[in-house]
Design a protein around this ligand. Sequence first.
Ligand SMILES: Nc1ncnc2c1ncn2[C@@H]1O[C@H](COP(=O)(O)OP(=O)(O)OP(=O)(O)O)[C@@H](O)[C@H]1O
Ligand SMILES: [Mg+2]
Length: 1033
Amino acid sequence: MSADNREIKIKRVTSRKRSRDSLKSHLTPLRKRTTASGEQCSEKTGERSHTRTMGENYSDNEDLFGDYDSILGDSSFLAKMDDAEKNMKQHDIDHKTYIDPVGHHLDNPDFTALRPTRDTCVKSGCDDSLTDSILEGLRDDPFRDVPSSQLAFQQEVLQRDEKNRCLDADKTSTPNPERSVEYRNKREEIDVAPKARKSMTDHLKRAMLCNAAAPSGVSRTTVQKEAVVTEEISVAMQAIESVYMETTDLGPFFGLPTKVKELICNLKEIKDLYDWQKACLNLDSVQQRRNLIYSLPTSGGKTLVAEILILKELLCRKKDALLILPYISLVQEKVRGLASFGLELDFMVEEYAGSKGRFPPVKTRGKRSLYIATIEKAHSLVNSLIEADRLGNIGLVVVDELHMLGDGSRGAIIEMTLAKVLYLSVHYSVLHSGSTQIIGMSATLGNVQDLQKFLKAENYTNDFRPVQLDEYVKLKDSIYEVDPKEEECFRFSRLLNFKYSSAMQKMDPDHIVALVTEVIPAHSCLVFCPTKKNCENVAGMICKYLNKQFLQHKEAEKAALLRDLKSCGNGSLCPVLRRTVPYGLAYHHSGLTSEERKLVEEAYSSGVLCLLACTSTLAAGINLPARRVILRSPYVAMEFLKRSQYKQMVGRAGRAGIDARGESILILPEKDKLMAKQLVSAPMEICYSNLMHDDGKGVLSLILSLIGLSITTTLEKIRDFMSGTLLAVQESRLCTERSLAEIIQECVTVLKDKALITESPDPQDGTLQVTRLGRATFKGSVDLIYCDVLYRDLLKGLESLMLNSFLHLLYLVTPYDMISQCKPDWMTYFRQFTMLSAAEQKMSTAVGVPESFIARKAAGQTIKKNVDMAVAGRLYLALVLFSLVKETDLWSVAERFQLSRGFVQTLLSSSSSFCSCVLHFTQELEELWAFRALLTELTRRLTYCVQAELIPLMEVAGVMQSRAKQLYSAGYKTLSHLANADPNVLVKTVENLYKKQANQIVASAKMLLNEKAEALKEEVDDLLMMPLDLPSL
Ligand SMILES: Nc1ncnc2c1ncn2[C@@H]1O[C@H](COP(=O)(O)OP(=O)(O)OP(=O)(O)O)[C@@H](O)[C@H]1O
Ligand SMILES: [Mg+2]
């Protein structure tokens, strides 16, 4: 069967809009051709197609006895054990109040030192199931060094642990009010009699006594006996040490030091955990590190639980952790927020977003790392750790917004990442020190059982909301309360009170002004609109009808905000914002630059702005609650709202700690009444696997990377791996036309046809291998659709690379998937083209876009010439980038090309990500060597498209251009300046910088400085390390 007529068919169950572009066209049989280096690479015949809409590929010493040697010098080891145990018991009795889940304690022991002294270690309360942790400790020690008696003990513990791990994977925990009481009692028992510890010491005592007493096969001379006892003591000590290294309970706050509680209180302003948070942290599955999915409504406080678990992993288990978040801005926010925790608690916080992040990560010596990554970067990070055989260092993977598994190709990437971690976790738990735990959280999960099966996870659900939510719909001039339990769904609540003139009625037929003025300016309000343009119009329209008193509310702060907005636009200010901000209103959508968005968000959070007219993107992840949420229409663009979208939006209503209740109002045209009833009462949408999204692109790239990373290299093993995916769980629903096994077989054939994999030359071997192009493709995370064309473009580029300008290089790293998002304005195109140098124009002609073509297009003439429109579109985007790199002024470039500044910024960040992908791609292909140095510098230029002197400051998470400029002119010129800055001085010398922001900037800068220093130290270590294979006599 040829790939021409091969099509991977699946039944599309998901309601999400999917791209219908067939991968077929890109996976057609390839005319093989010989590359410059002689190796066969493939090239697709016919016209190439670049037009895709995606961006996802370019687009995170507890030594019980202190000094080890000193105990060896002391003959009475058992006496020491007894002492220690007595101390522990005494301490546990003394510290019975630790067991209060609220975390109150009596004498506030000092847990600030993370390397506790012998005493503080002994004193630590024991909250965890030690049995499980003992195993983790023991697994680190190869059995070969262990005397027989210890071996028996270890095997016993191992068996016990195995039993624990085999517990039912699909258990679901529902909130049980008795549970916390039950748990408290249980904990009290544990605290009074620390059984696990006791059994550990008992075992060791017994083992050593037996060894000493038993007539062993070793020499009977006293010296030899002593040697044996000494050896056993030493092994026992190692066991104890490793147990405590891995598991020592550092304190009373869910096993963490009190300092963590204090930090949470000081940095997050959270004084006490919600009951559900305590219950969740105390779940057996959490204690025993089983995989867990927990789902709660929006704003339920899910993040904090994940963060505490991450801290436990870093501090108690001494393992790295990976936190996966959906957006770059969320990653940056989290890096900023957790940097202070890292500095105080001595772990690294590393950013993996955009073009940031090292693959594999730097080995930090002794320090644990928290990687905070976007979906795409997390996948690359996991791949790089697998390749370096270091995945075992990751003890915990947390996925926020787990329902994104069902979100197109980004969902496929999450599934690939988790499937690899799951598969290798088994491998690592056998070979190394325990499996990697996976925790997923979400507010909107319709089919949690499928996900539980996939992740072999338990489930915790709770419908806790810190603030009660009242849902309403508005039909004509009446407000109805939503009650899905009632047959009608909507119960009449009240008539909307408003007096509109006929002109106003015309301008505002939905009575938005009447609805918002019931709450603003005293309270906050979000108005979700179906389109970007609508956001701007609604904000402008409301202002028209607000009285002048609104202008006086927080006047000075609003003036400062306008100044900031103007300065981040290099003197330009959006005319809509100029009009709306004085009234306390703004719009918020992707057309704003990220700096503007951040300023608007901060102003809204602090109450300077009281209303945002926004698109649904604001509902995803950002914590910007409102007293009242208005859904201006039940549509997003042209599509009727999905249940999950509706829930995300209305979930923003009610600000914890401020509002007693939150309310949402959906403005409903009569014609949509029936649909709206379904919307408010239907179950949550089902989350389906997306590995088959886009005609199986996910399965193809997954198989390619499995072979490339040598995870599985035979068809049989690939099938075995695939049986652990969400796709396999949902096979009966998703693979209706052919089985998963058949799909796998087909994908392998397609990959062979595309010359990305081959069979081993040794027919006996039967394994599959990646080709050089295949390796470059998965290492660079290049979309399979574009790998051929990218390779061909780069090779062609090498023949006549123009280096006296950035244009040619920029063209080569302009993301193919952005082309369809921008239609060239031909007059602008022509104008820009005529301004190019002769060499640049020659280069444009060489790539396939001659001047005559653009001139004719601009003149509106018909074109006979066969010019590839995708190439022309790509060159147009390259011209936008070229202007940006030259001028660094986003506003003027956006204006010149008549694009939104948000789009220009997205183009820039996608190009910098793609540039780093292309760099990794070229690193695998020797014939493309010349690009490496060039692309390294270009990635940097694109990442920080600013004046060179600002780059070191902008490397700090969340410091954007205008802030960098402020800091630079205030005298903070280097990373070191920022890292050593005094936040109090910063606040005084930099305009509009709050103390919290100053603290975060300094903490992030310190963290980055540490990271850079660690990287250098590792380089030194590598340099000085004696090679293991040094020839000797
Ligand atoms: N125990 C607590 N006490 C007071 N505030 C809390 C507590 N836990 C979390 N919060 C606050 O509640 C807000 C919402 O929390 P969070 O962002 O974790 O919600 P979420 O469950 O992740 O919601 P979403 O699904 O919208 O992402 C945050 O401002 C957080 O600081
Ligand atoms: Mg959240």
